[in-house]
Each structure stands twice: as C-alpha cells, then as structure tokens.
Design a protein around this ligand. Structure first.
Ligand SMILES: [Zn+2]
Length: 327
C-alpha cells in the first residue's frame, strides 16, 4: 500500500484479501485518511494521478490522525468515506444502486472519496453486476476498496478489475504482544490466545478471557480421565458439552487444539499452543499413537460438520465422546 502511495500508482479499485481480523478494514480506513489528511508535513507530492483515482496535482501525505478530516474518518462521520456492509447475509443490489446514486454526485468535501465494501463476497450476482458497471466507468475522485477472505470468493468479472492486496495472518508473537499491552493479559495467557487465534487479531480479542482457559482445563481434565468402561460418565460429559451449539463448537476447538498439541509435543514441545499444559502433555502423549490422534481429528471433524449442519447436538456429542475415548 505504501508502495502504491509512493509510486503514485493507486488503482481505482483495490481488493484486500485475508482471513478475518488481519486489519483489512483498518488499512482501508488508514488509506482513506492518508488520501485526505489536512495535516502538515511528510507530504509526498510525487503521485502520478494519471494512473490513479486521484485528481490532478493531488498530494498524498501520511495521515496525522488529528486533523479535521482524519478525526471525521476515525469517528466514521466523514460524508465521503462510505462503508457498505452486508445487510443480513448479503449485500443487496439496492445497496449498490444507492451507492451509484451517491457516486454520481461530486464528493462533499473530500479530495478523494473512498468507498469500502466489506465482505464483498456477500454481494449477490445482481449486486456484483451493478458494481461492475461502476468499476468499468470509475466515478471521479473515488477509490473503491473491497474486502474478502479470498479473491476467488468474488465473481471473476469484479475481482479481475481490482488490484488485489493480500494480507497475511498476524504472527503469534505480535498478537501476544498486543494482547499484553492493550488488554493487560499476562504473557503466558496472551501467548496461548495468540496461538489459538490462527493469526486473527480480532479473533484473539474475542477469545482472550480467563473464563475460556478455565473451561479448557475442565474439558481436558474430564476427557483425559474418562474410560470406555464407564459409559455413564462419558454420556454425562457429552450432555454437558451439548447444551448450546456455539458453546459446543468452542469446546470442540479446544479439544482439537489439545490433540494437535499432543501430536506436535512429541517432535517440538516448544511449538504447542497450550504452552501452560506441557506437564500434562508429557503424560498424555504417551497414551496415544499417532494413528489414534489422526482418528480423533477425523471424529472431531465429523462432529463439527454435524453441528454446523444443525444435527442433533446430544447425539453428536455422545458419539464424539465415546469414539474419542475408545480410539
Ligand atoms: Zn490528518
């Protein structure tokens, strides 16, 4: 992005791709700020507007974060920074038509108007086609930024007209550092949450509570102490697991990570996610063969699919627990 700004080759439409929580929307907003900042200094006046959506003689500067324009964008109250999000599950054609109406007028006050279409894969075909027209004839002084997980999530006629910028998952170390500094999470827990988040900062924010770790301890403690000879206890555990769908899915994630850690622990004990449970892992990893752990992953995946497909929670939990204990 900075390279685009430096080179002055900002296209009319950008597509930011990457998993949820890697800063795509934040970057889009920073970009809108950079294009419109009224703060002084650090100007880079060598943009070649001929190849961009920027007006002639436009200068772009690093955003100061404090000028009127920056503050308006930060508080989501800038009339020329337009954010389109899915309404319900989809972005509808009426939303894109309304946008076309707004873009047919000149910007109110911005040097460069920025339209951010979040979760652009939620556009249905009609909405995508309406947007396509806009991409073919870009409105004056306007840059469109679409966000999606993958380029292939969008219809190809739309994605091929956007410059794709891929966002990488955030590193475990970086997420742990942010959780410690901004949320006051202790370093060990921050490292665990960071490992569980798969590189998504917002995901890490959502899961970072001590309650989750207490629940994890209970889950793993129960699971490791169950025996196939005590079916009654297995079924009672399954009943507690299956009370709530989302809760059940969260429990499954924790169990999945536990077995993943057991598999990893044998070869590189420093790469585990539940780093605070390494003493337990040392004991448990001797109990299961690699084949047994692979079979457990398969059972977990089967259960996950059944839950997502609205299968019977209780039956799914019973089947999962009995199999995990058996194999
Ligand atoms: Zn500014």
């Amino acid at each position: 992005m900075t390279a685009f700004i430096r080179k002055g080759t900002i296209p009319h439409a950008l597509l930011f791709t990457g998993i949820e929580g890697v800063g795509k929307k934040t970057a889009a907003r920073m970009f809108a700020m950079a294009c419109n900042c009224q703060g002084e200094g650090r100007e880079q006046p060598h943009l070649n507007s001929g190849q961009t959506g920027l007006p002639d003689n436009h200068k772009i500067s690093e955003p100061c974060g404090i000028c009127r324009s920056c503050r308006k964008i930060l508080s989501n109250s800038h009339p020329d920074v337009i954010h389109i999000r899915p309404s319900g599950y989809s972005i509808r054609i009426s939303q894109i038509r309304d946008l076309c109406g707004i873009l047919s007028l000149k910007p109110y006050e911005a040097k460069v108007r920025v339209v951010i279409i979040s979760d652009a894969q939620a556009m249905n075909v009609a909405a995508g086609n309406a947007l396509l027209k806009m991409l073919e004839e870009p409105p004056d002084r306007t840059i469109l930024i679409l966000t999606a997980a993958e380029k292939t999530d969008l219809i190809s006629t739309v994605s091929s007209r956007c410059q794709n910028i891929k966002f990488n998952p955030v590193s475990r170390g970086k997420i742990a550092q942010i959780l410690s500094e901004k949320k006051g999470v202790n370093p060990v827990d921050a490292d665990i949450f960071a490992g569980m988040s798969n590189g998504s900062l917002s995901g890490a924010y959502n899961i970072s509570s001590s309650k989750l770790l207490r629940k994890r301890d209970w889950l793993i403690g129960e699971l490791e102490s169950l025996s196939i000879n005590d079916t009654g206890r297995c079924l009672a555990f399954a009943e507690r697991l299956s009370k709530d769908k989302d809760d059940f899915l969260d429990s499954i994630e924790a169990i999945d990570i536990w077995y993943r850690d057991l598999a990893v622990f044998r070869h590189s004990s420093d790469k585990v996610i539940f780093i605070d449970l390494s003493d337990k892992m040392r004991i448990s990893c001797k109990k299961y063969s690699e084949q047994s752990i692979i079979s457990k992953f398969e059972e977990i995946q089967t259960a996950r699919k059944a839950i997502r497909a609205n299968g019977n929670l209780r039956l799914t939990a019973e089947s999962l627990v009995l199999k995990l204990v058996q194999i």
